[in-house]
Design a protein around this ligand. Sequence first.
Ligand code: NAD
Length: 415
Amino acid sequence: MSHMYHFLDQSIRMLRAAGEVGKVDPDVMQLLAAPMRVTSFRIPLKMDDGSFRVFDAHRVRYNDALGPCRDGVRISPDLDLDEVKSLALIMSIKHAAGHIPAGGGKGGIEADPHQLSPREMEALCRGYMRNLRPKGPNYDVPGADIGTDLQSMSWMLDEYESVSGYHDPPAVNDKPPILGGTLGGYEATGRGVFEVFEEAAHEIGLEIPNARVAIQGFGQVGSVAAAQFQNAGCRVVAVSDIRGGIYVKEGVDVAALLHHKQQTGSVVEFPGSTPLGNAELLQLECEVLVPAAVQGVITEENAGRLRTRLLVEAANAPTTVEADKILVEKGIAVVPDVLANAGSVHLCQMERSQGLYDNYWEIDVINRLRWERLIGGVREARTTASRYGVASTRLGAWINALKRIEEAVKTRGWC
Ligand code: NAD
């Protein structure tokens, strides 16, 4: 990652670029230049060893013109408020680009979940909800993100319901089906990444069987997507995680790699593979590159050296604004993050609909709707990009989102 990289600065620059090309009203752009509401608070916690600690926490509600704010709570040791603001802006865009009637929200706690016992983690999640003082599903809906999972969201929902005194499943997303969650949540993003790849491959005339795929990050999203690529006959030739990467010329056996990761905690030293650094993985000759780890990995320093035909962004904001221009010039097709990893936001919308109606759907219905909504978003972004005379699907998606937010802001009479 470039030492000059600043996540929020990058997101705001992307926002301005899209606002300019899309001729979005300057008053609306002024409103969107910063989040509407930022809450920072502290969570006091008694630790297992009898000591006392305080954890800093945030919730950012970027813009709620289209509907209640929504999205994950990230628990990470080096989290800062700017990162949460940036992610909240991206969520506003992702919801709007996908026709989801929600605003962008994001929360975070500065803590290392791996250093906490299960009891401390439960107390932290409950403390987050109690101190956030949420107002229910029509205001702001927290969900899972890095460092939070089904269990974290179960504790958060239970805390909310205990304090409010009412059962209210749509107050929290990414909860398990037994508490009113939806089926298909874990796989939604990884499967969606594969689905938008299929669509993009078709568009650029890329043969799917035998296509070489390199995936950075082998967590929830990267591992589910890897299995999908393999099932379709692609060769997943490279995979990495925070400890390093591996290369297997004929394509890795994804189930065996998952097993290896479960045994050892990492993909590195997978039998039959050659070691590969994370930087090398990004520059590997392949047909499809899938960054599925962290933001800011494709910069103006390495963008010129990418040797892929198609970039499918599973992570949020893996590509800087400068790098994106280089990719467009090089003719690399890009499915941008706000479209490619939108599987989970479409699932969250379905989770909300099911919870509000108290009527739960079969997985086939969920899979079909996810596909239709994801692919619809990609096609619409492409159409918009060509209408505005730009080659970037990313700009098309951001313009679609900004136009919808603009219309909602003006219709409400805010400016
Ligand atoms: P995860 O924590 O399950 O997995 C992350 C993976 O990335 C792990 O393999 C980790 O070792 C690796 N990693 C972390 N830092 C790295 C680094 N510096 N270099 C290389 N590898 C690194 O997370 P996830 O849920 O799979 O999410 C991955 C990305 O996708 C994140 O950017 C997340 O914001 C984004 N995303 C996730 C979802 C979702 O539904 N989980 C939805 C939308 C976007």
